[in-house]
Ligand binder design. Structure first.
Ligand code: ADP
Ligand code: ASP
Ligand code: MG
Length: 468
């Protein structure tokens, strides 16, 4: 059971989590928590301040956050438990101050020390949550996630090592067998030498999936602030509806292309062990959520959801040398490889290749290397829109329907058929909201198109599912 930042934002939210875990107690749950909402951003901002020469201001800016943890402890814990959390908060505050000074003096130390600092968010929330659960008569035991999840040294976005399955099981299984509820921070991990790493922003979902897979859990539950995966991002389409069932592949495509509700890496561990993933609303635990399983039925009009990703950059490389030549694409992708830049969508013609990238930090060095291969055009502030639905590749008329709805909006880089469940294209960021809302209206808001399955799926179960 993974609880996101807004599920542990304040004392009321912690209380609420305790009630949800209590209802699941007989299912032998493992609890994973994010940092309290906003704290990770604040920790990262303090590192920026240190790098910009003001470590003291960085440390100062975190005071209100440490105080917030203390206030939650004050409201929810009895004296002895409170004192031990207060000691942990004090230790974290001192340690973060010390690390910020080092980063300020030696900015090259930033990657590992930033992870060490950011980890404080999950270290404190998980200790606090374990204490709150104990206060509510639950047999919770705090476990340091860094001893469970082992990764490589890619600070900021580390990759778990194969031995993680064994280390996580070894750490967590005895507690579960002893009737305890392990509580660990998501997102944080460590290298085999014990140096703290993190799994990338939003990575607590991934932690839950890794732990669920390592322990052959019956279900991986992602408790968040919306009632499941919705037909579109609710910040763009307020009319978004809960999708009752998604296939792994549909969920993965939605997550890759911007549905923030699931970290994109969450699905793979679930697929490896065929474990269902359920997305539930911690603010409305009896609402129907979304169940993600190996197979799901097609929606009546095939399209199940629309995901989108803003702030995308497209790069087009044109060269007559590409015509009938081999080795060109290899050379092109090697440039992206060399500059450690991930490519999301690719379309090609005989003489040109268009690609999209999310992270443009390496662009100034990338472009001169690409210019050795051909002429290069870059466009920023683009949005990828991704229409997802099982059966999309083999259903006639989908593309016609999608593009006729947005016939007056300029569309580029159409990609369909690479996966059987998605149709992806680019629009200008300024037109994205309009395009997504029009598509949503046609796909989900007319009476014929209601994509709901008849199955009612409740998040809070009579007999909750958890580690088997
Ligand atoms: P948590 O802190 O629980 O991990 P996140 O903020 O990471 O929560 O993810 C939940 C948010 O994802 C929602 O509040 C919503 O704004 C956003 N979101 C984007 N696309 C979707 C979608 N298709 N379905 C549900 N939520 C979405
Ligand atoms: N706290 C981390 C973040 O904000 C991880 C997570 O919430 O999943 O990115
Ligand atoms: Mg998240």
């Amino acid at each position: 059971m993974k609880f996101g930042g807004t599920s542990v934002a304040d004392a009321g939210a912690f209380r609420n989590v305790a009630a949800i875990v209590k209802a699941a107690e007989t299912g032998r749950p493992i609890v994973v928590t994010s940092a309290i909402a906003g704290f990770t951003n604040a920790l990262l901002a303090s590192v920026d301040a240190a790098v910009n020469g003001d470590a003291a201001a960085g440390a100062q800016s975190l005071n209100e956050w440490f105080d917030r943890h203390a206030a939650i402890a004050y409201e929810l814990l009895g004296r002895p438990a409170r004192q031990s959390i207060e000691a942990a908060i004090l230790e974290a505050r001192t340690e973060v101050g010390r690390l910020l000074k080092i980063i300020g003096g030696y900015p090259v130390t930033r990657p590992p020390l930033q992870d060490e600092i950011v980890a404080v968010g999950e270290l404190l929330s998980s200790q606090l949550l374990a204490a709150v659960l104990r206060e509510n008569d639950l047999p919770a035991r705090y476990v340091d996630a860094r001893e469970c999840i082992k990764t490589n040294e890619d600070y900021g976005s580390a990759t778990p090592l194969p031995e993680t399955n064994a280390t996580a099981a070894e750490k967590l299984q005895p507690a579960i067998e002893g009737g305890e509820i392990p509580v660990l921070g998501g997102f944080i991990a460590s290298t085999s030498k014990g140096i703290t790493t993190t799994l990338g922003r939003g990575g607590s979902d991934y932690t839950a999936a890794i732990v669920g897979a390592a322990l052959d859990a019956r279900e991986i539950q992602i408790w968040t602030d919306v009632s499941g995966v919705l037909t579109a991002d609710p910040r763009v389409v307020p009319e978004g509806q809960t999708i009752p069932v998604l296939s792994y592949q549909e969920a993965a495509e939605l997550a890759y292309f911007g549905a923030k509700v699931l970290h994109p890496k969450t699905i793979q561990p679930a697929i490896d062990k065929s474990i269902p993933v359920r997305v539930c609303n911690s603010h409305a635990p009896t609402d129907a959520g979304t169940l993600i399983v190996a197979e799901s039925e097609s929606a009546p009009l095939t399209i199940k959801a629309i995901a989108h990703k803003n702030g995308v950059t497209t790069v087009q490389v044109t060269s007559a040398r590409m015509l009938g030549a081999y080795g060109f694409l290899r050379a092109l992708f090697e440039v992206f490889d060399r500059h450690r830049t991930a490519v999301d969508v690719v379309t090609t013609s005989e003489v040109s290749v268009s690609l999209t990238i999310d992270d443009k930090i390496a662009l100034p060095e990338l472009i001169p290397d690409l210019e050795k291969l051909g002429s290069v055009e870059v466009e920023e502030d683009r949005t990828i829109i991704c229409v997802v639905g099982e059966g999309l590749r083999n259903t006639p008329g989908i593309a016609a329907r999608v593009f006729s709805v947005i016939h007056d909006i300029n569309v580029s880089m159409i990609s369909v058929g690479a996966s059987s469940v998605n149709l992806t294209f680019m629009v200008d960021e300024a037109q994205a909201t309009d395009a997504i809302n029009r598509l949503h209206k046609v796909c989900f808001e007319s009476s014929v198109s209601n994509a709901s399955d008849s199955t009612e799926l409740k998040c809070s179960q009579e007999e909750p599912l958890a580690a088997a």
